[in-house]
Design a protein around this ligand. Structure first.
Ligand code: MD6
Ligand code: FE
Length: 226
């Protein structure tokens, strides 16, 4: 599928649920700066394939930026201030990331969203993300802001039980999904990506998901965990 409409359909929104929206092309004006920052981040904390608690290697490559990063291993999922591969803190969250996440959240009605974690997922054709709930965050009152870059993907989302009916919706370069409140714990996933190439990113899709993982303020984090 060639995305002929990359610069069209801006400003629109698709309603996925009472508190779940796709802000179409919302991130397009800052896509280039996001990609430049991702290039820097991955020199500090490279993309890697983590192991799930069930013993599978994730097909999606991932890294993080921000105070806390999402990690997975045989013991489970958790947020950690330290990158387990490098032993260093995760790279800082660039200001452009923070501003984009805040403005997308408020556009969707979630004012005062201040993310402390940004998970960066990299997909190539054939890669998928199995159906899951995002429930490792301590503050479930905060939404999730998810930014799609590169080749399109089909996002599926359903209900509050794994086997509830699901709908499928395409996500394109620059689209931002904001997801919270009554819809926060819906099961969702990404279907295997079709072979494709994006003019800027080539044969890949990068997804940024911004979360507020900790209810604690940053002072406490520095004193309590630093
Ligand atoms: C992705 N996104 O789009 C994976 N989670 O690559 C997610 O898992 C996700 O897009 C919660 C809310 C929005 C999302
Ligand atoms: Fe998710």
């Amino acid at each position: 599928m060639i995305d002929l409409f990359e610069n069209e359909n801006t400003g629109g929104r698709e309603i996925l649920g009472p508190e779940a929206f796709i802000l179409k092309r919302f991130a397009l004006p800052v896509a280039n700066v996001l990609l430049a920052k991702i290039a820097l981040i991955q020199t500090l904390s490279p993309f890697r394939h983590m192991m799930t608690p069930g013993g599978f290697t994730m097909s999606v490559g991932l890294t993080n930026c921000g105070q806390l990063g999402w990690t997975s291993d045989r013991r489970g999922y958790k947020y950690s201030p330290i990158d387990p591969v490098t032993g260093n803190p995760w790279p800082a969250m660039p200001n452009e990331f923070l501003e984009l996440a805040k403005s997308a959240a408020s556009e969707a009605g979630f004012v005062n969203f201040v993310p402390d974690a940004c998970l960066i997922n990299r997909y190539i054709p054939g890669t998928k993300l199995s159906l899951h709930q995002d429930k490792d965050e301590q503050d479930l009152s905060a939404p999730i802001v998810s930014v799609s870059l590169g080749i399109p993907a089909v996002f599926q989302f359903g209900g509050f039980e794994r086997d509830a009916p699901k709908i499928k919706v395409p996500l394109f370069h620059g689209d931002v999904v904001v997801w919270g409140g009554a819809d926060r714990l819906r099961f969702h996933g990404v279907l295997p990506l079709k072979p494709n190439s994006h003019w800027l990113l080539g044969e890949q899709r990068i997804n940024l998901t911004f979360r507020k993982s900790s209810p604690l303020n940053s002072d406490f984090l520095i004193k309590g965990l630093g």
